[in-house]
Design a binder for this molecule. Structure first.
Ligand SMILES: *[C@@H]1O[C@H](CO)[C@@H](O)[C@H](O)[C@H]1NC(C)=O
Ligand SMILES: *[C@@H]1O[C@H](CO)[C@@H](O)[C@H](O)[C@H]1NC(C)=O
Ligand SMILES: *[C@@H]1O[C@H](CO)[C@@H](O)[C@H](O)[C@H]1NC(C)=O
Length: 173
């Protein structure tokens, strides 16, 4: 006694409606992923140059949206929130203007050739919640005022022995 009910009369119009909506949504997402801040693209290209123009960043150029570059995630306003450049062959110090990325929350620079002392310039990146800079060429001691990174939830610095502090890996969670 199975009875297949006839399809409700609205099925077809609804289907058309949802296809239409889907196309609009895709269009909208496509546009929003293109949105970016010109000033932040300039900052990122500055970082690329300061880090010796590594071949791994060849897709970073002045004619594309940085929000589509490898290693970059932007928020809905097209502002950079994640910089994930692990093992990209970056060479040189972390320049202070990195904090011109005003909404930067996650900075991952593990396994590169970054130099200098502990990057106190990052104290100025007020939204940072994660810093990963293990496996680089930093020298010196961890600064006493490292707690000025007040919004931080996670930091990975690698071997403390390299920082002239006691032996061991140091992760703060
Ligand atoms: C710029 O980079 C994009 C990818 O990010 C690439 O598609 C485009 O060809 C590049 N343009 C130039 C002029 O190099
Ligand atoms: C985008 O910008 C608006 C206006 O400045 C702000 O209210 C909103 O919080 C921003 N959104 C994100 C995800 O930062
Ligand atoms: C922090 O950023 C502000 C605004 O960009 C700048 O005026 C100041 O010199 C920076 N401070 C440090 C320590 O980099």
């Amino acid at each position: 006694m199975t009875r297949v009910p006839p399809p409700p009369p609205l099925t077809k119009p609804l289907h058309i409606f949802f296809s239409f909506f889907f196309i609009i949504a895709v269009e909208f997402l496509g546009k929003s992923s293109q949105q970016f801040l010109t000033s932040e693209r300039t900052t990122l290209l500055g970082l690329k140059q300061r880090w010796s123009n590594p071949p791994s960043l060849r897709n970073w150029n002045a004619s594309s949206s940085p929000c589509n570059w490898p290693g970059i995630i932007c928020n809905a306003n097209g502002s950079v929130i994640v910089l994930d450049l692990m093992s990209k062959g970056l060479t040189g110090p972390i320049p202070p203007f990195i904090c011109d990325l005003r909404n930067l929350e996650n900075l991952i620079l593990t396994d590169n050739f970054l130099t200098g002392e502990f990057p106190r310039v990052l104290y100025n990146c007020s939204k940072l919640i994660e810093i990963e800079i293990a496996q680089n060429l930093f020298v010196g001691k961890l600064p006493d005022d490292i707690d000025r990174l007040s919004g931080l939830k996670f930091i990975d610095l690698g071997e403390l022995v390299k920082w002239l502090n006691p032996v061991g890996d140091w992760k703060l969670i």
